[in-house]
Design a protein around this ligand. Structure first.
Ligand code: ZN
Length: 289
């Protein structure tokens, strides 16, 4: 690996020298090749970590890392001179970012986003699978650091924590504050005292949630999101049955966002030619009065 990295940096250096003489900079494709060389594993053939919009050979003026390439994130990134957007989640409203239906329907929301990307010469690339497969998982690392829970994390299972005793309501309040969440909901007897916490950021699915909730070392599980008739109904029943279980819904974006803030730090360790900045994705929800 080390030799490969040295060879790569030599190759990259040579390319850069050639381009500097013609006044150029890194292309988006070259940035992604550099990421692929630094993830510490062979690049998977089956992956959603691909270009989603824009021309990969575009010269990069700056890089924005973000949780979701929302229209708002694209506008703020372009205004800050960042034309390569590295997003953890989809750009076009589904896991595979397929756009055929929007094209056929002339969907006005999608069309305006497409137009903005073209007009501003933006390139969007998704960094999901490999960032999770890193050791440690890049998302989990950033989230646990933001929660200040490193010392409570199990050495054998990074999804499980033993925290100082508090009520579920207090734990929910702590997570809301430390992750900067506006709308946090929880399913629980709020006064139940807990120490054993499971953490499953994002949308890891009801089966994964249930497996964690079945464990004796998980009293309360904090997740990003799930349909309301799956894990939420399961925990609602567990609470009604008097079982010592609770669920905290952080929301998908805040549950993983610190991991993309960490991604910007990680990128800066091997991309120095252009500025790299974390652009926070805004939480979508408002609270009714
Ligand atoms: Zn994720």
């Amino acid at each position: 690996m080390k030799l490969r990295m040295i060879l790569l940096s030599l190759a990259t250096g040579a390319v850069l020298c050639g381009q500097q003489s013609s006044g150029g900079a890194l292309t988006a494709r070259q940035v992604i090749e550099r990421i692929q060389a630094h993830v510490g594993m062979p690049w998977h053939k089956e992956t959603v970590d691909t270009f989603k919009a824009g021309d990969p050979d575009t010269r990069v003026t700056g890089i924005a890392t973000t949780m979701m390439a929302t229209y708002d994130v694209l506008v703020r990134s372009a205004a800050a001179g960042k034309n390569l957007i590295i997003t953890h989640e989809p750009t076009f409203y589904s896991h595979l970012d397929r756009t055929e239906a929007f094209e056929k329907e002339h969907d006005p929301v999608w069309e305006e986003k497409e137009r903005f990307i073209k007009e501003h010469n933006l390139v969007v690339w998704r960094f999901h699978d490999h960032w999770h497969l890193m050791k440690p998982d890049g998302i989990m690392f950033g989230v646990v650091r933001a929660l200040e829970w490193q010392k409570f994390q199990s050495a054998t299972d990074p999804s499980v924590f033993v925290v100082p005793e508090m009520t579920v309501a207090q734990l929910a309040e702590q997570m809301k504050r430390r992750l900067g969440i506006h709308v946090l909901r929880f399913v629980a007897n709020p006064d139940m005292k807990i120490t054993k916490v499971g953490l499953a950021p994002g949308a890891s699915g009801p089966e994964r949630h249930r497996k964690l909730l079945q464990r004796d070392d998980v009293e309360v599980l904090a997740i990003g999101e799930v349909p309301e008739w799956e894990t939420i109904e399961y925990v609602t029943d567990a609470v009604s049955e008097g079982k010592k279980k609770a669920l905290i819904l952080l929301g998908h974006i805040p549950s993983e966002q610190p991991g993309m803030e960490y991604c910007a730090e990680w990128l800066k360790t091997f991309v120095s030619e252009v500025p790299v900045e974390f652009v926070a994705t805004r939480e979508p929800f408002l609270l009714a009065k």
